[in-house]
Design a protein around this ligand. Structure first.
Ligand code: ZN
Ligand code: ZN
Ligand code: ZN
Length: 94
């Protein structure tokens, strides 16, 4: 699958160690996802608050990567396709 978004991003470092919104709310999450457009860390769709998906719906940053230890995959919401993690983002993952 082609993703025209991947080539246009320059991933910044993660902005937090956990889901930004859950940390503020005092809520829990299951897995973490990193927005490769802005460094937002949000929780996955198995989490009660689904902040990674909410971030995409609110701000339309299309590409996330897993921010779970040892996991190396990315996902484009707009194209609904799995992607390799861009090499520029690899050093930010856990
Ligand atoms: Zn895309
Ligand atoms: Zn969250
Ligand atoms: Zn973002």
């Amino acid at each position: 699958m082609n993703c025209r978004h991947l080539a246009s991003i320059d991933p910044p470092p993660p902005r937090s160690d956990g889901c930004e919104e859950c940390l503020e709310m005092g809520s829990d999450w299951v897995h973490l996802r990193l927005c490769l457009n802005c460094g937002h860390v949000g929780c996955c769709d198995d989490s009660p608050n689904r902040h990674a998906t909410k971030h995409y719906r609110a701000i339309h940053h299309p590409i996330i990567a897993s921010y779970e230890p040892g996991e190396r995959w990315a996902w484009c919401y707009a194209d609904e396709t799995e992607l390799p993690v861009p090499s520029a983002a690899l050093s930010y993952l856990r």
